[in-house]
Design a protein. Structure first.
Length: 117
């Protein structure tokens, strides 16, 4: 199983970035996919999730209206479009694949997003 994130980088406040997570080694369509971030000195924070089967999405209040999650089952890839970035969005962003029955939980290596002027 592999989850490989890409697309992180340095961006100014108000700017945009798109993160990608390429998945392999499992049946993508039966997993929930999420983006989770960890800012320096803080705990993990769930950011957004998508049901790869039906496309339903959910967002943390802190990013609602600014971030958009999407998935491409053919490419087995999840995206996170991030607009109107703020200083507090600075974090390592991790891709997560999960299911309940049977329980499975996979993580990528993370990609750094730094919002700074």
């Amino acid at each position: 199983v592999q989850l490989v994130e890409s697309g992180g980088g340095l961006v100014q406040p108000g700017g945009s970035l798109t993160l990608s997570c390429a998945a392999s080694g499992f049946t993508f369509s039966i997993y929930g996919m999420s983006w989770v971030r960890q800012a320096p000195g803080k705990e993990l924070e769930w950011v957004s999730g998508v049901n790869s089967g039906n496309g339903r999405t959910a967002y943390a209040d802190s990013v609602k209206g600014r971030f958009t999650i999407s998935s491409d089952s053919a490419k087995k890839t999840v995206y996170l479009q991030m607009n109107s970035l703020r200083l507090e969005d600075t974090a390592v962003y991790y891709c997560n694949a999960h299911r309940v029955l049977p329980p499975r939980d996979y993580w990528g290596q993370g990609t750094q997003v730094t919002v700074s002027s």
